[in-house]
Design a protein. Structure first.
Length: 493
């Protein structure tokens, strides 16, 4: 019987370790970090990280043991001699998603002479796979506990391995190294961009640091097939982010479907299927399904979705056998899912399954420098042109935009409908004109540059949070990495 508490601990651990890997951009540091994290996750006695070095003329893989570790993170000498080549070859060359020796089909590897010679009692091994291509293999074993690894561990270890492969490729691309095992054209360049060098990503508009960070996250997520959790306030553009992940993915011409849990009472039936229609997860083929405002999905449907994500299969009403689910699953929420999971109002196991790959969409108040760019963008769609007075421009930039980009778009349309060529501050909406919600940093920002406004907001957030960078990042609605960039840019460290 599956230990639900153990599974929840694993899910939480997989999420935390995956976030840790994503933050490391140095390939040399990342390789041992991946193996140490896998050993920590599984409590393995020993571990080996094997990377693909290309193909042999015969069609098989060439591989090399890059890192070998013991339980205490001590490096093992002679790693290549100690790892079972039989196990590695089976994982690489078969269509299976890994092996574990508690499975009857894999128990025979314990009879291999090299394994017996080292007195190994338990083995679990999974491929590092990305876009269907194997980049390497994680091999973990134990010489004391025969039941160290179970069949229920495989799906979660595969999730971790997939994220490790993604982190490794991202680090390789950023450092200019040819991705390991690569046989096809490399993914698009992911070199960091400076503010102003890029002002849009698909239909997303903005050249600020938070948006450049988001564009990099989108590119990274698009190369993975694991679930993605998109967090952001209402009106911030979460659906546009989801569409861009789909467009940059491997199958942009496949369907993109949105299940709106917050407004459609039949959302669960649309997602999972009913006697009247197939599940959206099956209809999407190799496309993408966005579960919008997933916090509103009923508890029973949350459990069903968790099972589908774990097994990548779904048994529809009246079906004689489960059907394979091939689509990418994205979920979005404007609610604090972590708080909901902690209070029992959202399934914790589903939250941790989704949160392995997380994107945070910055609120408009956290990227005030993008307001003029967005204003001009929306204005072009109205077919009208008008000028803003200097004070009107300052009020628009300083306003906190509680409705985010959607509120700004509505304001532009309202102003365009006035049919005037010059718009003064008094013609803005009362909330903006009267300063309600104006820059939470407060103070007189008239005549300030956009950089001055941004610096002022960062200074105020750090002061209000008493120097706690994590809290300040949450208050500003930006990732911590973005806050670090801003602190460095304005000399506030």
């Amino acid at each position: 019987m599956k230990d639900s508490e153990r599974e929840l601990r694993w899910l939480r651990h997989v999420r935390d370790l995956s976030h840790l890997l994503a933050a490391e951009q140095d390939v040399r540091k990342l390789l041992p970090l991946i193996l140490d994290a896998a050993i920590e996750l599984t409590s393995a006695e020993r571990g080996f990280l094997v990377l693909v070095q290309g193909r042999k003329p015969s069609g098989g893989y060439r591989f090399k043991v890059e890192v070998a570790r013991g339980f205490d993170k001590a490096s093992l000498s002679g790693g290549a001699a100690q790892v079972s080549r039989t196990v590695v070859k089976r994982v690489m060359e078969s269509e299976r998603e890994g092996l574990v020796t508690t499975d009857d089909a894999d128990r025979d590897v314990l009879e291999v002479s090299s394994v017996q010679a080292r007195q190994v009692l338990a083995i679990v091994s999974v491929p590092l796979r990305l876009r269907g291509q194997i980049k390497g293999v994680l091999y973990l074993d134990h010489r004391v506990n025969r039941q160290a690894f179970g069949e229920d561990d495989l799906p979660l270890l595969r999730t971790f391995a997939d994220q490790a492969a993604l982190a490794l490729e991202t680090a390789e691309i950023r450092s200019g190294v040819k991705p390991s095992g690569e046989e096809e054209e490399a993914p698009k360049e992911l070199a960091p961009r400076r503010a102003g060098e890029r002002e849009r990503c698909g239909k997303l508009i903005g050249g600020s640091e938070p948006m450049l960070e988001l564009y990099a996250q989108i590119e990274r997520a698009a190369r993975s097939w694991d679930p993605v959790l998109i967090l952001g306030e209402l009106g911030s553009g979460k659906e546009l982010v989801a569409r861009e992940i789909h467009e940059q993915g491997s199958f942009p011409h496949e369907p993109f479907q949105v299940i709106r849990c917050g407004s459609d009472p039949a959302a669960a039936e649309l997602l999972l299927g009913s006697a009247q229609q197939d599940s959206a997860l099956l209809r999407a083929g190799r496309g993408t399904v966005l579960v919008d405002e997933i916090s509103n999905l009923p508890d029973a449907a949350q459990g069903a979705l968790l099972q589908i994500l774990s097994t990548r299969s779904l048994r529809g009403p009246g079906a004689s056998a489960p059907q394979s689910v091939e689509c990418r699953v994205l979920a979005s929420s404007s609610e604090d899912l972590r708080a909901l999971a902690s209070s029992g109002r959202f399934r914790a196991d589903l939250y941790y399954r989704l949160d392995v790959l997380r994107l945070s969409v910055p609120p408009l108040r956290g990227r005030s420098g993008d307001v003029p760019l967005l204003f001009d963008h929306f204005l072009r769609f109205t077919g009208r042109r008008f000028k803003l007075s200097p004070r009107a421009q300052r009020l628009l930039v300083n306003y906190s935009w509680p409705g985010n980009v959607r509120e700004l778009e509505n304001e532009v349309r309202r102003l365009a409908s006035l049919g005037q060529t010059q718009v003064s501050a008094s013609q803005l909406s009362s909330e903006i004109c009267e300063g309600r919600g104006v820059a939470r940093a407060g103070g007189d920002l008239s005549g300030k540059t956009l950089a001055d406004v941004e610096r002022h907001m960062v200074e105020t957030a750090m002061r209000e949070c008493k120097g706690n960078k994590s809290q300040a990042a949450r208050q500003l609605g930006v990732p911590r990495t973005t806050l670090y960039h801003l602190l460095e840019r304005y000399g506030l460290k």
